[in-house]
Design a protein around this ligand. Sequence first.
Ligand SMILES: [Ca+2]
Length: 278
Amino acid sequence: MYPMRLASVMPRLLLGSVLCLPASSATLMFSGSGGVIPDPGVFSSDIIVTDLRDLLSFGNPVTVTLLGLDHSWAGDLEVTLTYSGIGSVTQYVFSRIGAAGPGDFGASANFGDPTGRYSFNSGFAGDLWTVAGALGDADLIPSGDYWPTDPFSPAPNSLSSAFNGLPAAGTWTLTISDLAAGETGQYIAWDLTLEVVDVPEPATAPVMLAALAAFLIRLRILASHRPPAPLKSRGAGALARAGPPGPAWRDQGGTLRSRRTAQGPPHGFHFHWWAAGP
Ligand SMILES: [Ca+2]
């Protein structure tokens, strides 16, 4: 029937509506475990992501947050994030803050702000090297939003964009190394925040436009099919005298009805239904 045909193409109509929307993102947050950082030595923690969406292909979709980080010499530490899925990518979160080169012990300030939240994204405005460099060896680096850095440089690095376009699914590993004996620390946990594609990006527009064209063609074909003419009814007595409404009308069957008349009790008669066209 005509209404059912229209219903069958409604999902394609909705697909056409999606075409008009710009790309949008969704935020995923995951937590990994913490622990005591060996002195010297390496502590690592994995987060397994199974979400099937991809990271944004633009901007800075990756943020790392260290929770409860407490260490008595900031310049001892090196932190990296590694993605293992389709290939493997490793980026520095920070490394030996304040150290100008190998053998430099770096900033002596402490991690250990009571609020315990140090967050890193390449788009953040906080300069950890400048903040730590202005503090003494008994001072606490304040929690905050800082940009990530490579070894021996205070400049922002590409931690947050190096994974752009990759599938979120995979193993994300945080590695914290204490590179100098003496002065120790630990952290409680870490958070991984990922911005992923939530609807098709503009890059997929050609494919989606082809689907829209196919939908419009199908809609035009359906529009050329006029809906069936309404059924007409005629009593059996009238049929006996006049027949169907026309030569192209088909008998759709009859039903038994009853009618009360002024001359006597109710009596039954057949009611036939007719449809126009073949
Ligand atoms: Ca140490």
